[in-house]
Unconditional design. Structure first.
Ligand code: SF4
Ligand code: SF4
Length: 477
């Protein structure tokens, strides 16, 4: 019997950019411009399955036999066309090696603020917080080196609570790491997200001298920021944070990012742009990243379905601005979109949503290993400790559960290798199972990724210089 060729629809996704047809190759997260022959083949097979001979006969008037054979072979290799044969079931990698290049140190569960939406169930005041001691922090760094001795570069992230409430430990760790990594001939990075309130010129300069990557949590202009980011006594913190942010931005050598949390009460499509405008144009942050809360531990702060639609509409509106600027070779620091463009350009194919549990683990004050900073203090069992190392079997089982998409809605999703089922912490909060995919805003995510593909396609077509200047490699503003 003659084999019938069919399109493998779940491996291809077409996006139109102006008059051009772009093909998003789902398995590799790569983007191609469709040439006339490939487009004709796809169109023909989309109408109905055909044998190779029928396809050749149909296309022979316009294309040479050689071109047709070549394209057909290529589309089969890319698994965009099959001939009805059973495709081999995907071979799932079993992860038993963890290339740990990042440790997140939860230096103090305490925080000097009391933000209304804070998800940290173990949060306390700075004095009552559980503080990490130096021997635990040192053991965490040594565990990372032991678990992944071949890494070239290691990242040490300071997290809390508010990390600057335990500055003495940060200083000890920095001193230790600088000597230790130099001795090993390894590169390193220090990273910190802070609420900004404890920054002084002296601390800013010290962080700068040790080359910290710095982000400040700030939710926008005063009326928005002060809705939730409060002192323990319930006062808004905008005045202090914005003053400190200006100070940092006036003297810090590296670009500083703003981290914005979007929760229930976010008003309308325009709010995303308003927040970005304030943080980027008025305060001068280099990047603004938005974290929409959809499945926090406190239900009341989760964005409603309507609000989520508005947030994504707001992202697209700001995305138009990003594109407009990119065509003039400017980066407006909208990091949600910038990161997606970076991933698309690099052709990143993600089998897992993030590095948590694979390249990164978060260490709590007891030295126990958590998937990421959001799980410290949660009820999810830990995956070993800094002394005995990673509980390989348990962590391997956990990752295997997420890698196996066969019985999930992700199996044929067109953004499966970009979203990869979504954040484990959201899944844990929403479904009580971190391996469960985050299904509640898939359509919005797919639409957002389409927008990213279109934006990327337009930049590539009209101003590829933007990619060279701002994407590969990423450069400061
Ligand atoms: S969680 Fe939803 S959007 Fe993400 S890969 Fe799965 S089905 Fe697709
Ligand atoms: S699990 Fe979620 S919160 Fe944790 S690192 Fe991954 S994406 Fe971020």
């Amino acid at each position: 019997m003659t084999a019938v060729l069919n399109l493998v629809e779940h491996n291809l996704h077409e996006v139109r950019v102006d008059d051009e047809r772009l093909l998003f190759h789902v398995p590799s997260s790569s983007l191609f411009a469709l040439d006339a022959l490939t487009a004709s083949m796809i169109d023909s097979l989309r109408v109905e399955g055909r044998s190779a001979a029928q396809l050749r006969a149909q296309l022979a008037r316009l294309f040479s036999a050689e071109e047709i054979e070549e394209t057909l072979a290529e589309l089969k290799t890319l698994e965009l066309i099959n001939d009805g044969g059973e495709s081999a079931p995907p071979v799932l990698p079993r992860i038993d090696h963890f290339p740990l290049s990042t440790v997140v140190l939860n230096v103090n569960t305490g925080c000097n603020l009391s933000c209304a939406y804070c998800y940290k169930s173990d949060l306390a005041t700075p004095a009552a917080g559980k503080k990490m001691d130096f021997s635990t922090a040192r053991a965490a760094v040594e565990m990372m080196i032991r678990e992944a001795p071949d890494e070239k570069r290691y990242h040490v992230v300071f997290f809390g609570g508010e990390p600057l409430t335990h500055r003495v430990l940060i200083e000890q760790v920095v001193e230790y790491c600088e000597a230790r990594f130099a001795e090993l001939g390894k590169e390193h990075d220090f990273v910190m997200t802070t609420n900004g309130t404890l920054l002084t010129d002296e601390i800013i300069d010290w962080l700068d001298a040790h080359d910290f990557g710095l982000s400040i949590s700030i939710d926008g202009p005063q009326a928005i920021h002060d809705r939730n980011r409060l002192t323990i006594g319930g006062q808004g913190t905008y005045e202090t944070v914005s003053k400190k942010a200006r100070r940092v931005l006036s003297r810090y050598s590296r670009p500083v990012g703003a981290r914005v949390t979007l929760t229930h009460g976010t008003h309308g499509v325009g709010e995303v742009e308003r927040i970005w405008d304030h943080l980027f144009n008025e305060l001068g942050f280099a990047e603004v990243g938005f974290a929409p809360v959809t499945s926090g531990d406190i239900d009341h702060f989760n964005l409603s379905a309507v609000e989520m639609r508005e947030v994504f509409a707001g992202f697209k509106r700001l995305g138009e601005k990003y594109l407009e600027a990119a065509l003039e070779n400017r980066n407006i620091g909208f990091s949600n979109l910038h990161q997606m463009i970076t991933d698309l350009h690099a052709g990143h194919k993600k089998l897992l949503p993030c590095g948590a549990g694979l390249k990164m683990l978060a260490v709590d004050h007891k030295g126990e290993l958590n998937l990421c900073h959001r799980f410290t203090g949660s009820d999810l069992p830990v995956f070993g400790n800094v002394k005995d190392g990673i509980a390989r079997e348990a962590l391997g089982d956990f990752l295997a559960a997420r890698l196996d998409r066969e019985q999930t809605g992700c199996a044929n999703c067109r953004i499966r290798n970009l979203c990869s089922g979504g954040c484990y912490h959201e899944s844990h909060a929403r479904y009580g199972d971190p391996a469960h995919p985050v299904y509640h805003y898939c359509e919005l995510m797919r639409d957002w990724v389409d927008f990213g593909i279109q934006t990327y396609g337009r930049i590539i077509a009209r101003n590829p210089a933007f990619i060279d200047t701002h994407i590969s490699p990423r450069r400061p503003r």
